[in-house]
Design a protein. Structure first.
Length: 172
């Protein structure tokens, strides 16, 4: 019976982690879902240590910060202004909200990228009177930054899983 419960428990852990990674792609708080599953796994295996929890929480926070900042950094890297960075963040959130009903998950990600692109490009064109080509270049940076932020967030989620697995399987 213990083997069955262990297999069932780890199966649920894997499913929750996969759901968290998908949520990360959509821009929802997937790393916090993964962190919750990690805490339950650590508690059930008796490996609930301070440094493991602190490391996992730090990774979740880093994932959120990276996701938030990358669209703005992409805009700036591609020649956009500080205002375009803010417009990219607003466009990213608006696009994600508008894209979700169209096609959950993929629509959310595409909407966020296109929204960031549109926000930065419109700001640069309307406020700084940049040529369409130059404004779209800054917008492209925002879209690529959004994708980079989501990838970084997924990477942090995988790192949380790695921290938990190391803690569980190297415990004395």
């Amino acid at each position: 019976m213990d083997t069955f419960l262990a297999i069932a428990g780890w199966s649920v852990f894997v499913l929750v982690v996969l759901a968290g990674l998908v949520l990360n792609l959509v821009g929802i708080l997937g790393n916090w879902v993964i962190l919750g599953a990690a805490l339950v796994a650590l508690w059930q295996t008796g490996n609930l240590g301070f440094w493991t929890i602190a490391g996992a929480v730090l990774l979740a926070v880093v994932g959120e910060v990276l996701e938030f900042l990358m669209a703005g950094f992409g805009t700036k890297f591609f020649g956009g202004s500080k205002g375009a960075m803010v417009a990219a963040l607003v466009g990213c959130l608006t696009g994600a909200v508008l894209g979700t009903p169209v096609m959950p998950v993929i629509g959310t990600l595409a909407g966020a990228c296109l929204g960031a692109l549109a926000g930065a490009a419109l700001y640069e064109h309307l406020k700084h009177e940049k040529e369409i080509k130059d404004a779209l270049w800054a917008g492209l940076g925002a879209g690529l930054g959004t994708i980079g932020g989501r990838v970084a967030k997924v990477g942090c989620g995988m790192a949380i899983v790695g921290v938990v697995l190391v803690a569980v399987f190297t415990a004395k």
